[in-house]
Design a binder for this molecule. Structure first.
Ligand SMILES: Nc1ncnc2c1ncn2[C@@H]1O[C@H](COP(=O)(O)OP(=O)(O)OP(=O)(O)O)[C@@H](O)[C@H]1O
Length: 628
């Protein structure tokens, strides 16, 4: 709750709306306690007195009634009716939406067609018809406004419920034997409440306006009772001669509706989990680069892709998360480089920084270079970056279900990936897409090309992801844990596929994983990351034989081996440090059995010897012997 208020307070307009609305509500609540004149008492001798007249701060109306008193009592009534209508519409609409979305089938069809019929009538006409049928009066106006708003809530909430009704946690509740009403109350409702609150906060203002509209037409509050709409209606005839009688309630309506709408927008932003990272604005097309110094020119290497002292940070409020701190890597054509580390070590952010795919805000690349054949990508214009994305450097992500579009056939998505970079006819695209599916060994590609992602198994989808990455014959593929979600047999197939592809096509692969077993199968070299830095680098086989960094040897010790049933698998105790508060010296010192005082002081460099490098003052004995 306090996080919600903090986020809300960061949005100045919403905060302004909250303060104004708070004042108006407070005023409405204390109205009965204020020494005000009777709002309905007429005094024809004092008709149409202007504001600031003696004894009448805001003047009087056509019947000599005190406008200040009528305004405050009218505001009280309008707010009460507006809030009550919004609450009633939200509760009834949400109930209808949840029942339709949860039960589906015929129930859904009958309910939603009824809702559609309600929506088919012009909005205000429907409200007028309801009031006409029930008779004029404030309660009937409230009912009319509520009823015409029910479809809005019902449709919104039904949409959310349909998505939730087939989620695993709902299936789990069903398997646990819970009844449907209980599942609705304990599983569905808590998930839709934020949406209901958001929908309510953005519609209350509108409902207050609608109620005022009905009162203005004489169908809501009845004389002598004042609400803001009826005050406007009564002042209509004196609009030109005594404008203050209509301007005063008009300004109050404006203040209420504006402040509620600003507050509603703020509530929506604060409750939307996608905006909680502090990014109230949309991410930029490419990661923001704010390097204080230009990177040093590359000393010529035969690497196709190289990172040089890359620093990527996330600036969230007053915190700086140093996700990547000085990473240097390189990969040659036909080579596979493994990047390994625990969750949160900065592997993905490193990979995404290369093509400017880290979301900004809050991400910023603060130093370093990412070079493709010597050309620094971080200083490239967005147009060039976009041409190179997918064309020269392609990505394969962990969850193909999240990266493939659920509404398009896989073939169309493959053709689109090609046509983004070169003009291609539909038949040519189809032929190429079939070839791609064949190259990733999808059986029967001529038929599979016309199916949707959800019709494929996880392994098949991942192959489509790989085919998509291969679509434009890239030079480099960055694979971010592409086999984590797969079972071991499919994982082995995918790894051998990638291995063959790199041999056949001379592809350079950066393979991100947290599994040394996978690295051993595929990668020529490996870089071990911890807390945003590389702590060890070298040829895979050498590192597996004699790891230098205690962290690397602990990671290797975590991998089970077949036939080694008696070996104790040792988990690494403790957790990696938070990257917004990194300790001095070695970030692993806290969890390291060999740590000494000197490990927690000063900067520890990545010291190289031959093809190997380690960031440790006391490397493992095996490595020390080898280098000696
Ligand atoms: N939007 C963000 N705001 C703040 N910190 C972030 C943001 N995105 C990532 N981070 C932080 O950056 C660090 C590196 O994250 P990254 O996703 O690169 O880790 P990873 O090693 O790829 O982990 P995993 O294996 O779980 O994917 C983490 O500490 C993470 O908390």
């Amino acid at each position: 709750m306090s996080a919600f208020f903090k986020l809300l307070a960061r949005n100045r307009l919403a905060l302004g709306g909250l303060i104004v609305m708070g004042l108006v509500v407070a005023l409405a609540l204390i109205t009965p306690l204020l020494p005000l004149a009777d709002p309905d008492a007429t005094d024809t001798a004092n008709r149409f007195l202007p504001p600031l007249s003696d004894g009448y701060l805001l003047g009087t109306d056509g019947l000599g009634r005190d406008l200040l008193s009528r305004l405050l009592w009218g505001t009280r009534l309008s707010l009460a009716v507006g809030f009550a209508a919004a609450l009633f519409a939200a509760v009834a609409g949400a109930a209808v939406g949840i029942i339709a979305g949860f039960y589906g089938g015929r129930t859904d069809n009958i309910i939603m067609r009824g809702v559609d019929m309600l929506m088919a009538f012009p909005y205000i006409l429907l409200a007028l018809a309801i009031v006409a049928a029930l008779g004029p009066g404030l309660v009937n106006a409230l009912i009319a406004v509520s009823v015409v708003n029910i479809p809005f809530f019902a449709r919104n909430i039904r949409g959310i419920t349909v998505g939730l009704a087939h989620k695993e946690f709902v299936d789990a509740a069903k398997l646990a034997g819970m009844s449907n009403p209980r599942i609705i109350l304990s599983e569905i409702l808590p998930n839709v409440v934020p949406v209901i609150v958001i929908a309510m906060s953005t519609t209350i203002g509108w409902m207050i306006l609608e109620t005022a509209g009905l009162s203005f037409l004489g169908l809501g509050s009845q004389p002598p009772q004042a609400d803001l709409g009826s005050m406007l209606g009564e002042a209509r005839s004196a609009l030109i001669t005594n404008p203050h009688t209509s301007v005063i309630p008009g300004i109050m309506i404006l203040i209420i509706v504006m402040s509620i709408n600003l507050l509603g927008d703020g509530v929506r932003d604060a409750l939307d989990p996608r905006l909680k990272s502090g990014a109230l604005s949309r991410p930029m097309a490419a990661t923001r680069v704010e390097r204080k110094e230009r990177p040093a020119p590359e000393t010529s290497t035969d690497a196709i892709l190289s990172l040089d002292d890359l620093h990527t940070q996330f600036h969230v409020k007053d915190r700086i998360y140093k996700a990547v701190s000085g990473v240097s890597l390189s990969v040659k054509p036909g080579e596979c480089l493994g990047v390994i580390g625990e969750s949160g070590s900065g592997k993905s952010v490193t990979a995404l920084s290369i093509m400017g795919l880290v979301a900004s805000p809050p991400g910023i690349i603060t130093a370093g270079a990412a070079r493709l054949e010597g050309r620094d990508m971080l200083s490239a214009r967005f147009g060039e970056l976009r041409r190179l994305r997918g064309r020269r450097v392609a990505y394969i992500f962990q969850d193909p279900l999240a990266t493939l579009h659920p509404l398009y056939k896989v073939g169309d998505q493959l053709i689109e990936a090609i046509s983004c970079h070169r003009a291609i006819s539909k038949s040519e695209g189809r032929k190429k897409a079939i070839e791609l599916l064949k190259s990733v060994r999808i059986p029967n590609p001529e038929e599979r090309i016309d199916i949707y992602p959800h019709e494929m198994s996880g392994g098949m989808r991942q192959r489509v992801g790989i085919a998509m990455a291969l679509a434009n014959d890239p030079d480099v593929i960055i694979a971010d844990e592409p086999t984590t979600a797969l079972d071991v047999t499919v994982q082995a197939q995918i790894l051998s596929l990638l291995s063959d592809l790199r041999r056949e096509r001379g592809l350079a692969i950066i393979f991100i994983t947290h599994d040394f077993g996978v690295v051993a199968q595929l990668c020529d070299r490996v870089a071990v990351m911890y807390a945003g830095r590389i702590v060890e680098e070298g040829p895979t086989m050498e590192i597996l034989r004699a790891p230098a960094h205690p962290y690397t040897s602990r990671l290797i010790a975590c991998v089970p081996e077949l036939g080694e049933g008696k070996r104790k698998l040792e988990a690494i105790p403790g957790l990696p440090p938070s990257v917004d508060n990194l300790p001095a010296g070695c970030a692993f010192a806290d969890r390291c059995l060999k740590a000494q005082d000197s490990c927690t002081k000063g900067e520890i460099g990545l010291e190289g010897s031959g093809s190997r490098a380690v960031r440790c003052l006391f490397p493992e004995p095996g490595f020390a012997e080898e280098t000696a």
